[in-house]
Design a protein around this ligand. Structure first.
Ligand code: AMP
Ligand code: ZN
Length: 443
């Protein structure tokens, strides 16, 4: 566990963030009962409770959460559009949606109270990651249905910092704004940060013309090695935060000054970690699928949402920052993006970590899965760092072998390594799509 803070340790709602565990757990129990009572107004849960013989007033301990039904992504689709909204329409103050770009979004609704609490939850991780009222923040998350833009906007407003709601896209204008308005803080997806970093570093931009000190990234998986790349490339500190629209959006967990994982906002959320096959809890400290129960959401009381995200909830004692809440690891992958290649389970994040160990490769890569003959094959297309590009076949072969060794070390698999010229792979303004699975395509 890290015992040295990276920045000054500060709080937004000190008493709530540092509540003694017994008090926190009794608050969770009381709020869980209230959440179950709200959920029992929905036909979806009424049916589930009836099927399992569960009585909504029978929650006696926090372990009783395991008697509640799970909620799946498909349940939102089956109850589209508003089957999970538990308040009269007149009490809804905001609709947001999931960030999928195709098909219908999953709507998520908030009462005025939900929006208010959401702002404080976002303020918590922003402040613990360095935001101060005197700062200016450039929000390069998409504004719109995506919970990132407006969620962080409300949190920053609550802290009292100045906001530039520039939204995503048009990187030349993003950089011009950074130079002209000199924000100290940037909000975006890690993949958009990579794009901005490339444009800044390759565009002869004087670093002194940009005042950035911190960036807060969320919305998609990224690795510790990616953090090191962006931090050293831009000379800033990058912070991780986690959330999903179905449970309210960003603000569910975020890092503190000690960077010991992301503190889960346990006064508002209960986390479980389960084995996705058996649905039983994993052993403490083991990785599994994260299941989230929001405790205070009024408009949409979702119970035990199976996120499909894979991670660990640490069970190694209190963080030196003073928060009493448990912490979670980075998201290591999703049950639905895990690739099974010749019987081996591979997550794209393992490949990313391996690639980032090799100095010759840039952070831009694309993983392609195909089945040329009977066996699955992965090809990793990787942009090289321009300074390592060489006409010598031998040097290029050496680089390929280094990458192969790193990937084999991380995954136990050999993959086809395709080194491509700088600036040839797709760039992303929001969430990235770095895996192409050609096995499902029908020609
Ligand atoms: P959305 O539909 O935009 O609410 O997407 C939520 C999903 O984005 C989560 O279930 C995660 O898969 C992913 N996500 C959000 N934040 C992070 C993060 N910090 N690290 C990894 N994945 C994240
Ligand atoms: Zn901490």
């Amino acid at each position: 566990m890290n015992t040295v803070p990276v920045i000054e340790n500060r709080f937004w709602q000190h008493d709530a963030e540092c509540m003694p565990r017994p008090q926190l757990e009794s608050l969770q129990l009381q709020r869980l009962r209230e959440a179950v009572a709200r959920a029992s107004a929905l036909p979806f849960y009424q049916k589930k409770f009836k099927e399992s013989g569960f009585s909504p007033d029978s929650i006696k301990t926090l372990d009783d959460i395991r008697r509640l039904p799970f909620t799946l992504k498909a349940d939102f689709r089956d109850n589209y559009p508003l089957g999970f909204v538990a308040v009269p329409r007149s009490e809804v103050s905001r609709f947001q949606g999931t960030s999928g770009t195709t098909g219908k979004p999953t709507w998520t609704a908030y009462t005025r109270g939900d929006v208010d609490r959401w702002a404080d939850l976002c303020a918590r991780f922003l402040v613990s990651g360095g935001l101060r009222p005197e700062h200016t923040v450039q929000i390069s998350f998409g504004f719109g249905l995506f919970t990132g833009g407006f969620g962080l906007h409300n949190g920053i407003q609550r802290v009292g910092a100045a906001i530039i709601p520039i939204s995503s896209g048009n990187s030349a204008r993003q950089i011009m704004t950074m130079q002209d308005l000199r924000p100290e803080v940037l909000i975006c997806t890690p993949s958009y940060a990579l794009k901005l970093m490339d444009d800044i570093l390759s565009g002869n931009i004087d670093r002194a013309s940009i005042a950035l000190e911190h960036a807060h990234f969320g919305g998609e998986p990224w690795t510790e090695s990616m953090r090191e790349r962006i931090e050293s490339g831009l000379g800033i500190r990058c912070w991780n935060n986690y959330g999903m629209a179905e449970c309210g959006g960003p603000g569910i967990a975020g890092e503190c000054a000690y960077r010991n994982g992301m503190h889960i906002q346990e006064d508002h959320y209960i986390f479980e970690v389960i084995d996705p096959d058996t649905l039983e809890p994993v052993k403490p400290g083991e990785k599994g699928e994260i299941v989230v129960t929001p405790l205070t959401r009024e408009a949409m009381p979702v119970l035990r949402y199976r996120t499909r995200d894979i991670g660990i909830v640490y069970d190694d004692g209190e963080c030196p920052c003073g928060r009493t809440t448990r912490r979670m690891s980075r998201i290591m992958g999703r049950t639905d993006d895990m690739l099974i290649i010749r019987g081996v389970n591979v997550f794209p994040s393992q490949i990313e970590s391996a690639l980032m160990q090799c100095k010759a490769v840039s952070p831009h890569y694309m993983i392609e899965v195909s089945r040329p003959k009977a066996l699955d094959e992965i090809t990793v297309h990787i942009e090289m760092e321009p300074s390592f590009f060489s006409d010598s076949m031998r040097e290029m072969q050496q680089i390929r072998e280094n990458i192969d060794r790193a990937i084999y070390g991380a995954t136990g698999l050999h993959m086809v390594i395709n080194l491509v010229s700088p600036n040839t792979l797709e760039r992303f303004e929001g969430k990235s799509k770095r895996v192409k699975d050609l096995r499902n395509l029908k020609f």
